[in-house]
Design a protein around this ligand. Sequence first.
Ligand code: ADP
Ligand code: ZN
Length: 615
Amino acid sequence: MPDIMIKAHSVLQKIFGFKDFVSLQAQIIAHVMAGNNALVIMPTGGGKSLCYQIPALLFDGLTIVVSPLISLMTDQIQQMRENGVAAVMLNSALEPGTYRANMAKVKSGTAKLLYVAPETLLKDSLLELLGSIRVDCLAIDEAHCISEWGHDFRPEYRRLTAVREQLPKAVCMALTATATEQVRRDIKNCLGLGENTEFVSGFDRPNLFLEVAFKDNPYRQVLNMIRRHPDQPGIIYCATRKQVDRLALLLTQDGIPALPYHAGLSDVERKGHQERFSKDDVQVMVATIAFGMGIDKSNIRFVIHYDLPKNMESYYQEIGRAGRDGMKARCLLLYSYGDIHKIKFMIGRMNTSRQRTANLLLTTLLRYVETDVCRRRVMLDYFGERYGQETCGMCDNCLATKSAPEDLSVAAQKLLSCVKRTNESFGVEHIIDVLRGSKAQKVLRRGHHRLSTYAIGLEYSRNQWRHLARQLLHKGFMSQDMEYGGLHLTPKAWALFRDQTSFRGFLPAETSIPEEAKKKTSTEAERIPHDPLLFELLRKKRKRLADEAQIPPFVIFSDRTLTEMAARMPRSKESLLQIHGVGQVKERRYGPVFLDIIRRYCDENSISEDRPPAN
Ligand code: ADP
Ligand code: ZN
């Protein structure tokens, strides 16, 4: 191993408290330390920050990090400081006194890392200062903002090209979580990164459990998810502000600390809510998709989409906020035919050129929603990545017990003839109402309770009928009106009536809750078997310390770190340093307090010192 990488490794362990580099970190750091530019594409939570933070500590001169969001900057600076790294920031939100003090630290070389907003970096006074000192690295976070082809173009990012020219000796790193081929090319051209500079790591987030469920009783589905994660943070995304407010209120009334977050709130309210979530003061954030860009919280254990996301790319971004600490997190997407129909209706009113794109985006999303193969495979496929395995074991489809398809011709005939009897003008839900003998007004008013197909489908649950309907649509036995949602029979349906063909498919077990969900009763924040009581003690301590220091708890230690402590129960400084996320500075700062809790707990419970570490 070259010297520089031995040093890099030692910084990783001593400062950050991590054992090994993950994904492409080591290659990227070696590449940058050799003076080469780099374009780094890694999914959210993939570990991009270390790719510039470690070089920053190894270079003699300054490393500049351009970041578009002040809240992200603040979080990162706090985390760096907790690790004992001299990092400062400059942006328009700072008090003049702090701003000047930070400028002085940059000038004197006390600061190794400067986080800066793009518009601040463009200021003459700062550029002048930077021209007079040694700058070794310019890292541009969220680099897709530079491209007009990206989903978040920011004009001030484009002007960074000029800054780059003023700092010709600094290596340049551009980092982003999403970039299509076009955006990548744009970033490289704008910043003059040159060839052979791309590092693309896989998009898979193996610790995210992916599941999709029909919106059966959405509020109950939400409660179920929250109850299996007691006291653990989660986000619920809704399509409208009204829905956000309603859901946040309902949850609060049910004793679950939840806050709304959407564009209808004032800046101050939004900031306040975000801070309280960040500090673990409220458990659940109910939000429109506006929420999330600026959060660095690593212990989010679940993300629920109460409504369909906009498209596959935003879905990936939104669930990307879960489980950044590497521990298991659940991502549940709820959908209904009504939702899909609403979107189709809106698409129908667009002009033709936009219609085509919108339809395409919806189709890819529905492919994910309706698939019965591994969801991870479908998702990665969208990003042009081939998933090596047939099954992932971390999605609902992979866990569902797959049996051979059954002959469901009779059930299919019942459903199709009910479509026929109601004149091919109703959607799936109404058809199921009739089949299951519902006394709903909508059924009675139309006299559908007098049809021969009324109440002939009691042997299956609503959910089972829905599955059946979906398969009939997929296999072309019926089609759905794009505009009104009504079902229509196809020639294949007529062939089935005449027994010229059969229909084979799957029916889910009686309940819509996946098998795996029924078995699990305990919380599953983590796969590491640990002592929950000790974890609680440690968590409470962390919360108290965080409140005193006015920083979010995860800045002190991540959940993963506490979980490992509660599993391995280190009694000495040396063994504490072995725990994930415990570096030298944090050990010095917090080690004694946490060791004290662990020691006392072990004494009280007669747990002996040589307890083997759990794996
Ligand atoms: P990104 O910026 O790519 O979204 P981060 O840099 O914030 O991701 O890293 C995500 C999480 O992974 C953080 O909690 C970080 O502490 C952790 N992490 C990063 N690198 C390592 C590593 N080598 N070993 C263990 N954990 C790591
Ligand atoms: Zn899977």
